[in-house]
Write a protein that binds this ligand. Structure first.
Ligand code: ZN
Length: 184
């Protein structure tokens, strides 16, 4: 997995294949519980457009032991940053060990949900399943000191480096909430 692999994958075609069988059913159950917890924050969670609710979003993130807390947080309306109990460092993307002190039992902190655009691209081609081009993919710098990748839900012509943004918990289907951003 690359440095930004966790967040990048949902916009890269061909890397995600939904698992079949029991593992996927288990994931569904976990996501369902998370959705229940998310009810209170439903006002901040963007409902899926009608055309995206009928079928599962075609690109799935690879959810691992190290990243499960992040995806569960999105379903619950929280943008979570991995935190090291040993030295206090925040880091993203999540990993199994702290690179500063080698602590191996990370927890997390909830981000304020704001940031500014550090860098971005406007994707025109090739076609990406589940996405309508052109769309914006940005590296967002958070005030907590980490950077995250996500789609910016805005007209590409309105996006600028340094533009202030806030997180959008973008529900793309029954099981998946993506960390996207909008201009503020
Ligand atoms: Zn540490």
């Amino acid at each position: 997995m690359g440095r930004h692999g966790v967040r990048w994958r949902h916009v890269v075609p061909g890397v995600e294949v939904p698992p079949a069988g029991a593992a996927r059913a288990g994931h569904r159950a976990a996501a369902g519980a998370a959705r229940d917890r998310a009810a209170a924050s439903a006002a901040r969670t963007q409902p899926a457009p009608p055309e995206q609710t009928a079928e599962p979003y075609p690109l799935r993130p690879e959810i691992s032991q190290d990243t499960a807390f992040f995806w569960a947080g999105l379903a619950a309306g929280e943008l979570r940053i991995q935190h090291c109990p040993g030295c206090g460092a925040l880091r993203h993307p999540p990993g199994p060990f702290c690179p500063r002190c080698q602590h191996a039992e990370p927890d997390y902190r909830v981000a304020a949900g704001q940031g500014e655009i550090y860098s971005y691209v406007v994707h025109h081609h090739p076609p990406v399943p589940g996405k309508r081009a052109p769309f914006v993919v940005a590296v967002v710098a958070l005030p907590e000191g980490v950077r995250m990748i996500g789609n910016v839900l805005a007209d590409p012509g309105d996006v600028r480096i340094g533009a202030p943004v806030e997180v959008v918990f973008e529900r793309v289907d029954a099981d998946l909430v993506l960390p996207s951003w909008r201009l503020r």
